[in-house]
Ligand binder design. Structure first.
Ligand code: SAM
Length: 333
């Protein structure tokens, strides 16, 4: 749908007509990507990070968090369990932990690929050679949010990081033929509605195949502990407008939405989303990968997480995707 910045700002600001917007996004989702909800098994394999993003619970400067790093065999073992219970995509996410060198990562990717699954990496900024090697080893998709397109805000929130470098990484990833996932947080301190509108137009312009939109939730052990945070409603409206702008991409119902409301992910699935990433991280690790407070199901088992969300998806008249859930936008390229 052709929507200019002014119209997007109006849609994002219009809380009174939110229901109508979400209905429209739901219709567009049904027409373009159907009723299937694709499930991705998420494994959070290290909470060690070299960066110090002001908003993030696993920022380098948070000395209160107990750090962990899975051994490659442990990570591969968890991926195998996820594949055994039916996941066709495994998402491997971590802080920017350089223990996982190019070679270590490639060995992991090759082993996980033997499980006949699609692989999404979400491990942050790397060199071109590394992205290339990961792709050759079998990674299919890469997920890295731009977080915000307001460069001043980005540089305030991600000290020592460069917005331009993150953008360059996204372009390398796209150029290498990955299915490209990106996204933003909404409700960041100092972020305007106009800036969110620009974020959405940016995601359209770079041609993402997947866009994750989540509310910013202040973490008590970060410098932004006392900020207000984003609302579920603004996150839902932002996601709905994303669906109108890019009708055939994959859009996840993000975990952060569920942290703000027990039915947050179902509300998202009824407002334009078509992907859910149940957490397949096992044991204590799941609690320790705390990007923001209120993370759901920290004590549940992986199998329980999957069956619970599958039950809810079916209860709203949707079906569980049977394939690896490649985005329609990528398939059309
Ligand atoms: N290191 C990888 C990267 O930079 O892409 C992946 C891990 S990073 C922690 C995953 C995402 O968590 C970030 O892109 C950010 O949008 C989100 N996140 C971090 N802190 C958050 C918070 N306080 N509230 C909501 N989302 C948060």
């Amino acid at each position: 749908m052709e929507l200019g910045k002014n119209k997007i700002v109006r849609l994002l600001s219009d809380e009174a007509n939110q229901e109508e917007l979400l209905h429209l996004a739901d219709d567009v989702r049904r027409t373009h990507v159907g009723d299937e909800v694709h499930l991705r098994g998420l494994i959070e394999f290290s909470n060690i990070c070299r960066n110090n993003c002001l908003y993030c619970g696993i920022r380098n400067g948070n000395h209160e968090v107990k750090r962990y790093r899975m051994a490659p065999e442990e990570l591969i073992g968890m991926a195998k369990k996820a594949a055994d219970i039916g996941f066709k995509t495994i998402v491997m996410q971590s802080g920017e932990d350089m223990y996982y060198s190019k070679n270590v990562m490639c060995e992991i990717i090759k082993e996980v690929k033997k499980l006949d699954v699609a692989i999404t990496l979400s491990i942050g900024e790397r060199d071109y050679e590394e992205y290339q090697a990961f792709k050759e080893a079998g990674a299919d998709r890469y997920l890295m949010r731009i977080e915000t397109t307001d460069k001043d805000l980005y540089h305030r929130l991600d000290p020592k990081m460069s917005w331009q470098h993150r953008y360059d990484c996204l372009m390398m990833i796209k150029g290498l033929g990955y299915e490209l996932g990106s996204g933003i947080m909404v409700g960041l301190p100092g972020q305007s509605i106009e800036s969110i509108a620009e974020d959405l137009l940016f995601l359209k312009e770079i041609g993402v195949d997947m866009a994750g939109i989540g509310p910013f939730i202040p973490h008590p052990q970060t410098p932004l502990a006392n900020e207000t945070g984003g609302t579920l409603n603004l996150a839902l409206r932002t996601m709905a407008v994303m669906r109108l702008l890019l009708p055939d991409i994959n859009i996840p119902a993000t975990t952060a939405m569920e942290s703000l409301h027990p039915e947050g992910r179902i509300m998202a699935l009824q407002g334009g989303a078509n992907v859910v990433m149940p957490n397949m991280t096992e044991g204590e690790y799941r609690k320790l990968y705390e990007l923001y407070p209120g993370k759901v199901a920290v004590n549940d088992s992986p199998a329980c997480c999957r069956s619970e969300i599958a039950r809810k998806i079916i209860s709203i008249g949707r079906t569980i995707g049977t394939g690896c859930g490649q985005s329609k936008s990528f398939a059309a390229k």
